[in-house]
Design a binder for this molecule. Structure first.
Ligand SMILES: *Cc1c(COP(=O)(O)O)cnc(C)c1O
Length: 224
């Protein structure tokens, strides 16, 4: 077993079987992705469209690709044929573009609504007010080629686990509220994507169904 496969084994021992692992492979090679695939990982997350598409075209294994990073409308068309879930839907404009391009290729694209829960200003996502105006926009029900499958959030980058827990708990409560109100008759709305390498245990405690983990599987990233 190589280190990637060992890391995956160790991770599996720490999480319940109902939690989906999205292995975040940004900056890592197709070879590393293939190692992870051999250890049973089938979903990979990337945060840049070009990198995702390039890897998707290169790899021969039947893996699924999730877009986890900020998505610009002008990149949607390129991305769509390769992606099985977009975690970063954060505006009506983007929803309309995904819908339009999905319709063209006769696809219904699953998306998560990204919610801003962190203290940092720089993290993308809806705040509660924006989310509510998004959900109540009269155009939304007409977007028949997107499917809203849940929420995604990123906690503040901090060692303060109390703060992290509070943020995940906030997202979980919002998820529960929407699930019993706005999405009450929509069984597709079931995923809560939260938790990264440094905070996935707290996220799972707080109700995560999907963790996005990179460095704990592939090691530290080298940005050159
Ligand atoms: C990079 C990234 C991750 C994974 O980060 P790690 O700390 O390596 O686990 C998760 N989610 C998003 C949105 C990311 O950009």
């Amino acid at each position: 077993m190589n280190y990637i496969q060992e890391n995956i084994e160790k991770l599996r021992q720490q999480i319940p079987p109902y939690v989906t692992i999205v292995a975040v492979s940004k900056t890592h090679s197709v070879q590393s992705i293939e190692e992870a695939y051999r250890a049973g990982i089938s979903i990979f997350g990337e945060n840049k469209v070009q990198e995702l598409v390039q890897k998707a075209k290169t790899i021969s294994q039947p893996v699924q690709w999730h877009m986890i990073g900020h998505l610009q409308t002008n990149k949607v068309k390129t991305l769509l044929p390769h992606v099985t879930l977009i975690h970063s839907l954060d505006s009506l404009k983007l929803a309309k573009e995904i819908n339009k391009e999905s319709q063209k290729i006769q696809k219904i694209t699953p998306c998560l609504l990204q919610v801003h829960i962190a203290k940092e200003e720089t993290k993308f996502g809806f705040d509660e007010y924006e989310l509510s105006s998004f959900l109540n926009n009269p155009d939304l029900p007409n977007l028949s080629h997107i499917k809203i499958c849940g929420l995604m959030g990123m906690a503040t980058f901090t060692d303060d686990t109390v703060q992290i827990r509070k943020e995940f708990s906030t997202l979980r409560k919002l998820f529960d509220k929407l699930k019993t109100t706005y999405f009450a008759n929509n069984p597709d709305f079931k995923e809560l994507s939260m938790g990264m390498s440094n905070d996935f245990k707290i996220a799972i405690d707080e109700g995560s169904t999907m963790i996005r983990v990179g460095s704990i599987i592939f090691g530290q990233r080298n940005y050159t």
